[in-house]
Write a protein that binds this ligand. Structure first.
Ligand code: UDX
Length: 449
């Protein structure tokens, strides 16, 4: 059992804290948002994430998991995970490190002056390469060691990705004593995950561990997300070509995906990627390599971003074309607000962006989503949100499916048909069965098929 603190209790930190408690560690989660800490302390999740509620309440009830706004409550932990956000800067493409700096300054202030053993600061946040080395200098004054231990969890699968990750990466300091101490502490924390013996799992497999330096560990995360973003924009570019030629991008993706060098995953064409990671990570990576004096190296990520943004305007154009050239004065039902299903996260969500573009072009837009309602009310209150599919589609001139929740994939078009004014459906995620919608009298429009 290790005494652990997790600084920052958002999607990443809160799930990490609860998962570490699940492994038997004694954990305190620290966040400056008193509301969030209050909810978490009661075992209530402040966001929607499948399987998180049960994990959280079970571990709060066990007494192994506590939350606090007071950094002093983290002071005696052996390992401090940093899980605060690194959003895009308001004035540019780079990552805003204000939360990392604030969190580490606050932590530094409460660490003991003369520790008997060195504690470990394990960074999980996605940061520009070079950050770990900078923080290591800061923490050296208190005899604490810094390691970088990036997180690869996907929203919607966050609990499983944390307890059964496909790899664990340690970015360790150059000095061998510090590196050995850091590795030993991380091994102690992740022992069950590394051996594959994660809770109630009968089918144990070892988790690969990659041990490396700071820079590589920091780069692994942004390289992974850049690759994933590139894959999505690649297939969306193919979708544009399929639209121009009568091809079918879904079949194309299936056919190229049989080549296991390419693989089938992350080749779903549609309105593109959003969320709190991929868009800002590819921009921050470009900004960082510019600073490193390599201005051309990641030029292709600029195009990856542009292809991605273009899918949003393409969806708007497709709706306009279907409605006689203009959406002004038309009523459009937008099914989905979250950036992906099984999440209530609307950060940089294509669905929200498209809803706003339609509204700004003069359409009456009604948005619905199974889980994101409260988040839309808080962060996208300018949109007209309704609670049910029925309320969204009533008398609509077109239905746009922009997040592939199973509720929408499984929607019976024959029950939607009598509720709408005009039978037009835009399948922004290529997730509907075209023939079923056509059989119900709909003009079916997709993204590249
Ligand atoms: C991502 C990475 O997958 C994860 O490893 C990292 O730790 C954080 O960033 P996440 O943002 O939760 O995770 O979502 P992800 O599942 O990667 O999807 C990102 C976006 O791409 C979503 O908007 C999704 O709809 C879109 N997407 C995904 C596609 O448009 N097509 C695909 O084939 C796959």
């Amino acid at each position: 059992m290790t005494k652990i603190s997790v600084i920052g209790c958002g999607y990443l930190g809160a799930v990490h804290a609860a998962s570490m408690a699940e492994l038997g560690h004694d954990v305190v989660g620290i966040d400056t948002d008193a509301n969030k800490v209050e909810l978490l302390s009661q075992g209530k999740a402040p966001f929607y994430e499948p399987a998180f509620d049960a994990l959280l309440s079970r571990n709060v009830d066990s007494g192994r998991l506590k939350f606090s706004t007071n950094f002093a409550d983290a002071a005696d932990a052996a390992v401090h995970f940093i899980g605060v956000g690194t959003p895009q800067r308001a004035d540019g493409n780079g990552a805003d490190l204000k939360y990392v700096d604030a969190a580490t300054d606050s932590l530094l202030a409460v660490l003991p002056e003369q520790p008997t053993t060195a504690s470990l600061i394990a960074g999980k946040s996605t940061v520009p390469v070079g950050t770990a080395a900078r923080l290591a200098e800061k923490f050296a004054a208190k005899g604490a060691i810094v390691a970088w231990n990036p997180e690869f969890l996907r929203e919607g699968f966050a609990v499983d990705d944390t307890l059964r990750p496909d790899r664990i990466v340690y970015g360790l300091p150059a000095d061998t004593d510090g590196a050995a101490r850091a590795e030993a502490l991380l091994d102690e924390v992740y022992g069950q995950i590394l051996s594959g013996e994660t809770y109630n799992d009968t089918d144990w497999t070892e988790t690969p561990k990659v041990v490396t330096d700071y820079a590589t560990a920091e780069l692994v995360k942004v390289a992974a997300n850049s690759f994933l973003a590139t894959k999505i924009s690649f297939i969306n570019a193919m979708a544009e070509i399929c639209d121009a030629t009568g091809g079918n991008v879904t079949t194309l993706a299936e056919a190229i995906g049989y080549d296991d060098r390419i693989g089938k995953k992350f080749l779903r064409a549609g309105v593109g990627f959003g969320g709190g990671c991929l868009p800002k990570d590819i921009r921050a990576f470009q900004a960082r390599v510019d600073e490193l004096g390599l201005p051309r190296t990641l030029d292709f990520l600029h195009d990856v971003d542009a292809v991605n943004q273009r899918q949003r305007s393409r969806a708007v154009s497709k709706l306009a074309d279907a409605l006689g050239g203009d959406v002004a004065g038309k009523t459009i039902a937008v099914l989905g607000a979250a950036f992906k299903p099984d999440s209530d996260d609307i950060r940089d969500s294509p669905a929200v962006d498209i809803a706003r573009q339609l509204r700004d072009a003069g359409a009456t837009v009604r948005v619905t989503d199974p889980k994101a309602g409260p988040v839309v009310a808080r962060f996208a209150a300018d949109l007209d949100f309704v609670d049910t599919i029925e309320a969204a589609v009533a008398d609509a001139d077109a239905v746009a499916v922009l997040t592939e929740w199973s509720d929408y994939r499984d929607l019976d078009p024959s029950t939607v048909a009598p509720q709408v004014r005009r039978r037009v459906v835009v399948d922004g995620r290529n997730c509907l069965a075209p023939q079923r919608w056509r059989d119900a009298g709909f003009e079916y429009i997709a993204m590249g098929r």
